[in-house]
Design a binder for this molecule. Structure first.
Ligand SMILES: [Zn+2]
Length: 404
């Protein structure tokens, strides 16, 4: 766990930057107000919008420039702008040292040949994993994204033993490999894995079955990696020495009981470049206290369950529409990306229609409803199938404002 003294130091440090000066002054909050954990919730929550605003007001780095050598990561948000994330070289070294330990617990060794299929630009993901795998002592194949055939060729030719990849991309590579391939470890990131029932086992069997370890991980571009599984594969351990995590009700901003789903809010400690304090990630997750054999104690048991954007209250239940994608991903014949949710009121109660995209009309509708009821606590009244839908998720709420 993070020491309160280190956090207070971080708050005082953050207060010198225009983002926090403006946000905290407006809320009449001062870092000296924090004496212990009971005061923690007095710190105003920080949104992505606050960051974009400070970058607009203090171009080009949002006032986060600092003395000394730095590294820049670019985070483009289509339609919103770009967030240039600066890190000090100490930040970079600390993060690599932390992840090196995490990689060892995940099973990476100096004998591994590691292929990285994440991009090396403009996101820093590929480069970061490359440096961490080298720090473990492994040889790295800097494959970059795309072209499953080429990836499979390198894996076979170069004796690759571990992959760092998107799990859905790995599913395409697996069947292209010869039976005698040597992949024994897959470090997955960038999309929900643990949250999708059956996904892990599908991935494992695509690479030959029980001997393959599948590691799930979670990070965001503003912060970097924040949680990863160990070899036990029993949930993503939060980097609790470097990050304070809270799970809040996205509507009230209040803490939810342990184990309940809510928005992940994070605070970085000992971060010089672009320090984030109580940053709302917009990611939906659950957090539990744990006592894993590896020594870690804070775990996201299923990783990320969806996004909190577009949250709707339906029949008294909070519906996070992006969570539907996680359930749809369990059905190989359905596109998990494209779907439409229509909500309307009838006879004094809410109704929901879910339209999904599939080339076949033979969808097990009862099973889909059952899985939604189990994961989202709510099932659609009606499921429709279309062969082609607009790209992405659409929500049509016909209930009028009174329904919220
Ligand atoms: Zn563990």
């Amino acid at each position: 766990m993070v020491e309160m003294a280190a956090l207070k130091e971080q708050l005082t440090y953050a207060y010198q930057f225009p983002l926090y000066r403006k946000l905290w002054d407006a809320a009449q909050f001062c870092p000296n107000d924090i004496q212990d954990w009971n005061d923690w919730t007095h710190i105003p929550l920080l949104t992505r919008n606050d960051i974009l605003t400070t970058i607009r007001d203090n171009p080009p780095y949002g006032g986060f420039w600092f003395d000394g050598p730095k590294r820049l990561h670019i985070t483009p948000f289509p339609g919103l702008g770009t967030i240039p994330v600066l890190a000090s070289m100490e930040d970079v070294q600390r993060s690599i040292a932390r992840e090196t330990e995490v990689f060892r617990r995940a099973g990476f060794t100096r004998d591994d040949v590691v292929q990285v299929t994440f991009g090396y630009a403009p996101f820093y993901t590929g480069m970061h994993f490359h440096l961490v795998a080298e720090a473990v002592g492994a040889v790295v194949v800097p494959a970059g994204p795309g072209n499953a055939e080429q990836q499979a060729h390198w894996i076979a030719e170069l004796g690759v033993t571990a992959l760092i990849t998107n799990p859905s991309f790995a599913l395409k590579i697996g069947p292209l490999l010869p039976n005698n391939h040597r992949v024994r470890l897959i470090y997955a990131g960038g999309e929900p894995l643990s949250a999708v029932e059956g996904f892990r086992e599908r991935l494992r069997s695509a690479f030959g079955g029980p001997g393959v370890t599948i590691i799930d991980s979670y990070g965001i571009s503003e912060v970097g990696m924040m949680a990863t599984e160990c070899q036990a594969e029993r949930g993503l351990h939060v980097y609790s020495n470097a990050i304070v995590t809270e799970i809040l009700d996205p509507e009230t901003g209040k803490s939810v009981p342990q184990g309940q789903p809510g928005e992940l809010v994070v605070t970085q400690v000992k971060q010089e470049g672009f320090p984030l304090v109580r940053f709302r990630t917009s990611d939906l997750t659950r957090l539990v206290s744990d006592n894993c054999a590896c020594g870690e104690t804070v775990t996201l048991p299923k990783g990320i369950l969806g996004r909190i954007d577009e949250v709707r209250k339906v029949k008294g239940v909070k519906l996070y529409p992006s969570q539907i994608a996680v359930v749809l991903a369990e059905f190989p014949e359905v596109s998990p990306r494209n779907y439409r949710v229509r909500l309307w009121a009838e006879g004094g109660t809410d109704h929901m229609e879910l339209t999904i995209q599939s080339s076949t009309s033979h969808i097990n509708e009862e099973r889909l409803k059952e899985r939604m009821r189990s994961e989202l606590l709510i099932a659609p009244n009606r499921v429709c199938v279309e062969t082609l839908l607009a790209d992405g998720m659409q929500i049509i709420d016909e209930r009028g404002k009174g329904a919220f």
